[in-house]
Every structure is written in C-alpha cells, then in structure tokens.
Design a binder for this molecule. Structure first.
Ligand SMILES: NC(=O)c1ccc[n+]([C@@H]2O[C@H](COP(=O)([O-])OP(=O)(O)OC[C@H]3O[C@@H](n4cnc5c(N)ncnc54)[C@H](OP(=O)(O)O)[C@@H]3O)[C@@H](O)[C@H]2O)c1
Length: 292
C-alpha cells in the first residue's frame, strides 16, 4: 500500500473540516460519491487498487471540483494484510475520520481464493468492510458525530447465511455467494450499530439501486455479456446510483440515525433474516476469529 498523491491546502474552497474515507473510489458508485463529496468540500481519503486509475480519478475529481484536499491510497482490499497497512496509513495521515464509506465490492462468478486463503467474494465484500472498520474504529469514535456507511444491496433479499459453509468452500455458486456477502454487509451494520449506540457514531447501510457501472466486468465474457444486457435494459445511471451513499455520508437529516437500511435516501426494511440478532452476533464472532 502506498500513498499515491498528496496535496497542500492551497485551493480556493473554504478550509475542509470533514474527512471521509471511501473504498472503491476509482469507478462506479464510489467514484461518483467521491465527486459529490469533493464538491461539498470534504477532505477525501480515497482507496483504489490500480495506480493508473487512481491517478486518472484523482485528476478528474480535482479538475471538476477544484478540491485539492484529496489523497489516494493504494490497497488490494481482498487481502487483509493490505487492509491493515491501509488502516495504519490512514491513521497516520488524518487526525480524525468523520465518515468511512465502505463501498468496494465485486461479483465473482467462479470460485477462487485470495493468497491468504479466503474465498474472494467473502474476503472483499465482507471481511474488508469488517476489518477496515474495526481498525479505524477508535479514530472514528473519537470524531464527534462520525458515520460508517456500508454499501450493501437488495440482492440480499431471499438469502440466509450458512455458518457451516460461510465462505462457500463446500459448493460455491457465484450469485448466491454475492447475495450472502451483501447480507453480511447488512448484518454487520446492524450489529455494529448496536455496539455504537450512544457513543456519537452511527452505522447505516444502503441499496444503491441497479446501477450501470463496471460491476461484474471482472468475470468471463458470457457473464459480462449477460450483465451488460441487463444493465442496458434496467440500470440507472451512476449519478442516481450514488445519491444514497452521498446522502448517508453527508446529510444532516441522518446525523442521529443509526442501524438502518436505506434505498433512495429513505429507510426501508431489509429481509427478515437480516434482523436475526443471534446471526448478527455469530457473524461478528466468526469474522473476528477468521481475522485473529
Ligand atoms: N452496480 C450495481 O447495480 C450495484 C447494486 C447493488 C450494490 N452494489 C454495490 O456497490 C458497490 C460498488 O460497486 P459498483 O457497482 O460501483 O462497481 P464497480 O464499478 O465495479 O466499482 C467497484 C470499485 O471497487 C474497487 N475494487 C474491486 N475490487 C477491489 C479490490 N480487490 N481492492 C480494492 N478495490 C477494489 C474497484 O476498483 P477498480 O476500479 O480497480 O476495478 C472499483 O473502484 C459494491 O459494493 C457493490 O456490491 C452495486
């Protein structure tokens, strides 16, 4: 993990006060949310994995918004060792964290594992949210009125977690694994929100809608083609897709809202399964055990 670019507070915008960390900021919903928050004057710590995309994104945001208070951090978030180094670097760069927007995620149609031995979907979509949040939590909690926002999905509807096969080692199916990872995002948010109750930090999650992004493009041609066809017919553009993430990261309306699932900037019910407290606690414990 390297610090890619740094800036001095020379821009003409008012001095930024709020620091927001966004993962998956080089494309899609995360990049658009970064653009929105840069326009609002946030100081941004953006996380990406590809140096060329990082440079291009940084320039695009700075050119469009005039906000120079943007730093980019490079990390492969599917590797927990990289998440650890990232958290250290973030903590040594900022003296507070107002918002953590866990957004990076992907769909892996085929089974694969990271070099650390975790299944790809579970590692990137769930463990990276859990680990980065955990490692930054003291700094976030020390910042008044801070927020953690987790990008989940309506894809969680109709699925449940199998704690005996959480990572799909015993029979992997790509789409169900993705849906379960998004259920993990919601259950993690609810458990986190309960643990944060009364401490001045909130945790909420969201469904962005079906959004025309690069989502799924890491897969083989047949998968990409079917997703592309679906996106052409039914997906909203990324401006609309980033609205709820931006809203939860920045709006005063949700300053004291904790432990909710949002869609179109409004709270909505998630699946019945997501509210089972015993399962939320078990997911937390198992995640801790896997990362210890
Ligand atoms: N698009 C939808 O319809 C939809 C619907 C519901 C929920 N979501 C959720 O929205 C979030 C954002 O997805 P998106 O649609 O914006 O997809 P996207 O366009 O593919 O963007 C994903 C972002 O995550 C980054 N990323 C992927 N793997 C990474 C890794 N190993 N390490 C670090 N960064 C990594 C990507 O980096 P690169 O730029 O280098 O690829 C990119 O910046 C995901 O959590 C997804 O589950 C999306």
């Amino acid at each position: 993990m390297i610090l890619v670019s740094s800036s001095k507070r020379k821009n003409k915008l008012p001095r930024q006060e709020k620091v927001c960390i966004i993962t998956g900021a080089t494309n899609g919903i995360g990049k658009e949310a970064a653009m929105n928050l840069a326009e609002m004057g946030f100081t941004l710590g953006l996380v990406g994995r590809n140096p060329e995309k990082i440079d291009a994104t940084c320039s695009a945001i700075q050119t469009k918004t005039g906000n120079k208070n943007i730093k980019f951090f490079q990390a492969d978030l599917s590797l927990m060792s990289a998440v650890q180094r990232l958290a250290e670097k973030i903590k040594s760069t900022y003296n507070k964290i107002d918002v953590l927007l866990n957004n990076a995620g992907a769909y892996f149609a085929d089974f694969g594992t990271t070099e650390e031995g975790f299944e790809n979907t579970f590692a990137l979509n769930h463990l990276s949210y859990f680990q980065l949040t955990d490692l930054l939590l003291d700094a976030i909690k020390a910042t008044p009125n801070s927020r953690i926002v987790n990008v989940a999905s309506n894809a969680h509807l109709g699925t449940n977690l199998n704690f005996d096969n959480l990572q799909g080692f015993d029979g992997y199916k790509g789409w169900p694994a993705y849906c379960k990872s998004k259920l993990c995002n919601i259950m993690f948010t609810y458990e986190l929100a309960r643990r944060l109750q009364g401490c001045g930090t909130t945790a909420n999650c969201l469904h962005p809608g079906f959004v025309k992004t690069n989502f799924g493009n890491n897969n083989k041609t047949s998968v990409r083609m079917s997703l592309s066809a679906a996106k052409t017919v039914g997906a909203i553009n990324v401006k609309k897709g980033a609205r709820t993430s931006t809203y939860l990261a920045s709006s005063g309306e949700v300053e004291n809202v904790n432990g909710k699932y949002f869609y179109k900037c409004r709270p909505k019910d998630s699946s019945n399964n997501s509210y089972i407290v015993e399962h939320q606690e078990k997911l937390w414990e198992l995640s801790e055990q896997l990362l210890s």
